[in-house]
Design a binder for this molecule. Structure first.
Ligand SMILES: NC(=O)c1ccc[n+]([C@@H]2O[C@H](COP(=O)([O-])OP(=O)(O)OC[C@H]3O[C@@H](n4cnc5c(N)ncnc54)[C@H](O)[C@@H]3O)[C@@H](O)[C@H]2O)c1
Length: 290
């Protein structure tokens, strides 16, 4: 298959490139080669190339920074996917796009999780711009998959697991937020979901796509350290306490990021547990060090 991967230097893209390398003709672009905010260039590039699939891994992912740069974030997360969808329609291409739990309000009670069609209520600039991107696709294209993920970590990027491993080995105790709930997601597992979706030709549409099971950043950290036998005391703190202690200003974080994977599973996609994903990530990270 002829596949165009945009944002090809990013964390998720690195996994996607590896997974799809065999047996496919890949075209890899990042902002320097194809800026997805440039409507004219995107249209020309895609209608010339005519890929069967476009996998869009490009995004403005700095959630806190986005609060001060609405226009840029909206261009990349909103206009960019819209441009790709319009060009895909003209070229006869299908589109895979990655969205986020931040399109929801994040204030659902914890006995519930978000279903794909639940009302959208983004409260951050990042969330609003990512919702704009989703709408740009659904309005302009029929043949797409939008996978909403969360708490993503992968070998090829700076991520929470790396940060906590480093803090755990250099500190006797650390404070970690215990009142945000969601699903840590290994980029390799999200890539496998994308791969299976394309190969099994599951129905087009929007799917929640994280690892299975729910936890908090606090419990996730305890698991990260325990798996590596790192002795460090982990103190649970509330988001409010954390902001006060660290003297940081940050975009509002969702209290509840829990997203149901029933839709994905109902079309025959396997969704591994987050603890299982973490184990495999740590094994791979260790092998890369050796
Ligand atoms: N990291 C997370 O925790 C998380 C959570 C939920 C959803 N997501 C989504 O998953 C996807 C992948 O995230 P990631 O962490 O791999 O991202 P990343 O930040 O590692 O990579 C993004 C890539 O996009 C490129 N890019 C930026 N602007 C561009 C432009 N105008 N044109 C072309 N390329 C451009 C960057 O150069 C970079 O290589 C994104 O859509 C993100 O919104 C991520």
């Amino acid at each position: 298959m002829k596949i165009l991967i945009t944002g090809a230097n990013g964390m998720l893209a690195k996994e996607v490139r590896e997974k799809f390398a065999e047996g496919n003709e890949l075209t890899l672009t990042d902002v320097k080669d194809l800026d997805i905010t440039n409507e004219k260039n995107v249209f020309e590039f895609i209608t010339n190339l005519k890929p069967e699939w476009i996998i869009n891994c490009a995004a403005f992912t700095a959630v806190d920074k986005a609060e001060e740069c609405y226009d840029l974030a909206d261009k990349i997360n909103g206009d960019g996917p819209t441009n790709l969808a319009k060009a895909a329609k003209a070229a006869g291409s299908k589109l895979v796009h990655i969205s986020t739990d931040y399109v929801f309000g994040g204030d659902l009670s914890l006995d519930k999780d978000y279903k794909e069609d639940d009302p959208k209520k983004p409260v951050t600039v990042y969330g609003k711009t990512k919702l704009h991107g989703e709408e740009g696709i659904t309005k302009n294209l029929d043949e797409y998959y939008i996978f909403r993920t969360a708490w993503l970590y992968g070998i090829g990027g700076n991520n929470f697991v790396k940060t906590m491993t480093k803090l755990g080995t250099t500190h006797d105790e650390i404070n970690v937020v215990c009142d945000q709930h969601g699903s840590p997601t290994y980029a390799k597992d999200l890539t496998e979901i994308i791969y299976q979706a394309i190969n099994k030709k599951i129905p087009f549409g929007i799917y929640n796509a994280t690892n299975e099971g729910y936890t908090t950043w606090y419990d996730f950290t305890k698991e990260i350290l325990a798996e590596q036998n790192i002795k460090c005391k982990v103190n649970p703190v509330t988001t409010e306490q954390y902001i006060e202690m660290m003297k940081v200003t940050q975009a509002k974080r969702p209290y509840n990021s829990q997203m149901s994977k029933e839709k994905l599973k109902s079309v025959g996609i396997n969704v591994p547990e987050w603890k299982d994903g973490l184990k495999r990530y740590l094994e791979e990270a260790k092998q890369n060090e050796e």
